[in-house]
Design a protein around this ligand. Sequence first.
Ligand code: PMT
Length: 222
Amino acid sequence: EPKGPLSGKNILVTAGPTREVIDPVRYFTNHSSGKMGYAIAKVLRDRGANVTLISGPTQLTPPDGINVVHIESTLEMYEEVMKRYSDVDAVVKSAAVADYRPKYTSQHKVKKKDGPMTIEMVRNPDILKELGEKKERQILIGFAAETKDVAEYAKKKLTSKNLDLIVANNVLEAGSGFQSDTNRVTFFYRNGKVESFDLLSKNIVAGHLADALISMLEVNSK
Ligand code: PMT
């Protein structure tokens, strides 16, 4: 049995991008490397939690001592998250989820034709929003990847998705957001508290997130 402040806690973490398939050779995705989410999963494991990591396609090695579930599309992530939700104490949604997918997936390579081409996109489910709607005792932590008006958009997501904490990052800032080993984040809490951090390694950011989660779980169990 792992020891630590989170021992006995079941925590779901999502990481990486999703991939929305057009045909056997093409897909839509984003720049997420999975580094932020994997760092979080490892810190939570080290503090004793029973961690399930739902991961989109990444180059990272699946960490020991974590139940890693590999998915590709948003719909697959949705399935894997939803079926575990009632059994978990907290969810950390660091994955970069595609809001849209192609309406049709072709079984064969789409051939080029003269003139422009259009791909019709349909909305994917907003996984985190649905978790917020179904929330019981779970602590919900979301991320906000923004390119401007970071605080404003992050606070809107905190409220509209019914979260306990949102971690905001500006993905245009050097050394921050996608791909890098570092990130500069601000925590916006449900109660209005705001914590701003310097540019730190993603491992240290993950440590701060774990601290925040531990104190929210303690408050929640009283
Ligand atoms: O993976 P790295 O290269 O280390 O990069 C880290 C990161 C930039 C991906 C990470 O720090 C980050 O910001 N993750 C959230 C990316 C994102 O999808 O942000 P968003 O603002 O579009 O979404 C807000 C929240 O809703 C996120 O928690 C997201 O997981 C969730 N969401 C979004 C859309 C959707 N359809 N379903 C969701 O659950």
